[in-house]
Design a protein around this ligand. Structure first.
Ligand SMILES: [Fe+2]
Length: 144
């Protein structure tokens, strides 16, 4: 069960890292397509931000503490921190790659939830995979 809890913490850290990067891009994107990028990253960060709380509460339901610090998130996630201001298309490409990282983490976690017969959590994770697949479609389309 501890492996499942640890993976859920990774789901939280990955989601938070992707949330923060899309919010950063929403603030800082520039160029002639500014309104489209600004709005797209705006919708993306809001969706991800909305997911962070339910993920943390799932961890509490597993009777573990939810990580909530930059130090712990950096330890848990493989998503790279953004320190620069890339071009809009590069922002979309980076988020597409990060989105794949989140999907991989979610897939591993879903298999573990299945092993431990956590039906509710399986449902929740399947829902997140579905939403991230939609993010992938949009980010792929924007990156071209
Ligand atoms: Fe804003």
């Amino acid at each position: 069960m501890e492996t499942l809890t640890e993976m859920m913490k990774k789901v939280l850290a990955d989601t938070f890292a992707m949330y923060l990067k899309s919010h950063n891009y929403h603030w800082n994107v520039e160029g002639s397509n500014f309104p489209q990028y600004h709005d797209f990253f705006g919708n993306l960060y809001q969706e991800l931000h909305g997911a962070v709380d339910p993920i943390a509460e799932q961890i509490r339901a597993l009777d573990s503490y939810a990580p909530g610090s930059f130090t712990r998130f950096m330890e848990l996630t493989e998503i790279e921190d953004e320190l620069n201001v890339p071009l809009g298309t590069d922002m979309a490409r980076k988020l597409l790659s990060d989105n794949q990282t989140v999907i991989s983490t979610l897939n591993v976690t879903l298999k573990l939830a299945e092993q431990f017969d956590q039906q509710g959590l399986m449902d929740f994770l399947a829902g997140r995979i579905d939403i991230h697949s939609k993010h992938a479609w949009m980010l792929r389309s924007i990156s071209k």
